[in-house]
Design a protein around this ligand. Structure first.
Ligand code: ADP
Ligand code: MG
Length: 301
């Protein structure tokens, strides 16, 4: 089953002010594939991740499971079929619990016998590339990379269909990041899990993404198969993101050339196009198809 977000809008209200954080986003996360959502800070990525994970209600729009292969035996509530891994692994781990308990916790209510729970936990710890001895460690005894692997094991323990990864390697150094990406990729091959991966990091996108959606100011401005978007970016904002990265050095994070400018009403008046004088710079344009599974919000040819 695919996880389908349709025309999601999210407003935050704080002290009388409204922020239109997400202004109408539709994405489909498919089993066995990785959809990468990229975009600079403040563009609404984490908000979308939380809506997809069921951790936040959208102001408007729907989240649904669709597609072939619905298993009638799978009576898990939708919330257990999607799991989230946060940027900071400690957000997923209780500091007072040993790793063994944290990883087992999502399984406990499944009614599985204790021995089977333990076997599953040990299997997962091995699959994420950790030694069995970490099961008896507390989170504070782990390195950042180890803790994120534990968080990934915990997310996978109930065999979810989709895992949402919000900047999963942003707090880790390059070597550890690379190993975790390799691990995530292998786990996907082995289990068929689908990833919604949010990232700033172009090397992560190149290595893992099947499809890419570029977010700017609460909207998707371009999407499509990863290799097409990377090789033939059409929206000026996507080009700015990609061009800011010398491909020879994938450690440099993506960086937008034009910072987001929010208008007094909380919207982004110049969201549509950072190119001065372009036809859609003033009022924006919706996404339109330029090929199979390929959308762009740009009227410039
Ligand atoms: P990203 O993950 O791309 O950096 P976020 O989804 O975190 O973006 O935030 C999108 C916008 O919503 C930002 O302007 C941010 O300041 C605002 N925002 C996020 N969370 C809240 C909140 N809980 N209350 C008010 N505003 C928020
Ligand atoms: Mg974020």
């Amino acid at each position: 089953m695919d996880l389908v977000l349709d025309d999601i809008k999210v407003d935050y209200r704080r002290r009388g002010a409204t922020t239109h954080a997400v202004r109408g986003v539709s994405v489909r996360v498919r089993r066995g594939e990785t959809l990468a959502i990229v975009g600079e800070s403040g563009s609404g990525k984490t908000t979308i991740a939380k809506v997809a994970a069921g951790l936040r209600k959208a102001t408007a729009g729907t989240v649904a499971w669709r597609g072939e292969g619905d298993d009638p035996e799978d009576r898990r509530p939708p919330a257990r079929r999607v799991q989230m891994v946060f940027q900071h692994p400690m957000q997923s781990l209780d500091p007072l619990w040993k790793v063994r308990r944290s990883v087992a916790e999502p399984l406990r209510r499944s009614g599985l016998p204790g021995a089977e729970v333990q076997a599953r936990v040990s299997e997962l710890i091995e699959q994420v590339g950790l030694a069995p001895s970490v099961l008896d460690d507390y989170p504070r005894e782990l390195s950042g990379g180890q803790a994120q692997r534990v968080a990934i094991a915990r997310a996978l323990v109930c065999d979810p269909e989709i895992v949402i990864l919000d900047e999963p390697t942003a707090s880790l150094d390059q070597t550890v990041r690379s190993r975790i990406l390799a691990r995530l990729s292998r786990l996907q091959d082995e289990t068929g899990v689908g990833y919604l991966m949010i990232t700033h990091d172009i090397s992560s996108v190149r290595r893992l993404a099947t499809r890419i959606a570029v977010m700017y100011g609460g909207l998707i401005v371009e999407s499509g198969p990863a290799e097409q978007v990377l090789a033939d970016a059409r929206h000026p904002y996507t080009r700015a993101l990609i061009d800011a990265v010398p491909i020879a050095d994938p450690r440099v994070p993506w960086k937008a050339v034009a910072p987001l400018r929010r208008g007094p009403d909380g919207t982004f008046p110049d969201v549509a196009c950072p190119v001065p004088g372009s036809p859609c710079a003033r009022h924006g344009t919706g996404l339109h198809p330029i090929g199979p599974d390929r959308l762009v919000a740009c009227t410039v040819r």
